[in-house]
Design a protein around this ligand. Structure first.
Ligand code: SF4
Length: 229
């Protein structure tokens, strides 16, 4: 079985609960969403298709080559769960080598998650607010996904843009707090709009979040500040 891969590299995790840890990143090609502010447009597959096909052995060899005492392997994209069958074969190899499996996902494919969740360690799950992404809403999918992800170390990330409506943030907070109010909830300003007052909006949303989610935090994409990928 082959996977469509954009790149495999080592870097520092720049988002969410595990900011600052060193990881091997496996960036899978293609996505089932088209968020208007996507920071990895080459991974969506609309305009460029510069991926390479790698066999399971080749991907695992690359991971081993880049590992050098990393914290975990980030399976990212694009949307990695689109290549769930490949990941299902990769995870036992990683487990045997004592590498933690960290999934970065848009959180809309619950059935795919269910199939591999046992072999995952950490799940960085996005909640995609429609006013922010300019895509349709996925509340039901997100709810189902989070309930499955709870079996592991899961945290939530919600990107706030200048267009994000408070009603969407309220729905997001309700969804998370109804399932587990102790979860880490990261409000992430859209990097491309940091100068356009989006931080003010994030701080307002943070004030509101803290009433229901004590582990709510505001955090930008730190790797952009460090000027690393
Ligand atoms: S889900 Fe992620 S990779 Fe896909 S379009 Fe949105 S931001 Fe880009």
């Amino acid at each position: 079985m082959n996977a469509k891969i954009l790149e495999i590299f080592q870097s520092i995790q720049g988002e969410g609960k595990y900011v600052g840890v060193r990881q091997v990143f496996v960036r899978f090609f293609e996505c089932n969403m088209h968020c208007v502010w996507c920071d990895t447009p080459a991974s969506i597959g609309d305009t460029t298709r510069n991926y390479k096909e790698f066999s399971l052995e080749e991907v695992f060899q690359q991971i081993q080559k880049q590992w050098r005492d990393c914290h975990s392997v980030s399976l990212t994209g694009g949307e990695p769960l689109l290549q769930k069958d490949f990941i299902k074969e990769l995870l036992p190899l990683m487990k045997k080598a004592r590498m933690l499996a960290y999934l970065e996902t848009n959180g809309i494919l619950p059935e795919s998650l269910e199939d591999i969740v046992d072999d995952l360690d950490i799940i960085a799950m996005d909640i995609k607010m429609p006013s922010s992404t300019k895509q349709k809403s996925y509340w039901k999918e997100h709810e189902k996904f989070l309930k499955i992800a709870l079996a592991k170390d899961v945290f939530i990330k919600a990107v706030v843009s200048g267009d994000t409506e408070k009603s969407d943030m309220i729905k997001t907070i309700e969804l998370v707090s109804n399932i587990d109010p102790t979860l880490h909830f990261i409000i992430q300003p859209n990097t491309f709009e940091l100068k356009n007052g989006v931080m003010k909006k994030c701080l307002e949303f943070h004030d509101y979040s803290l009433k229901y989610l004590p582990n709510a935090r505001v955090m930008p994409q730190m790797h952009k500040f460090m000027r690393i990928r």
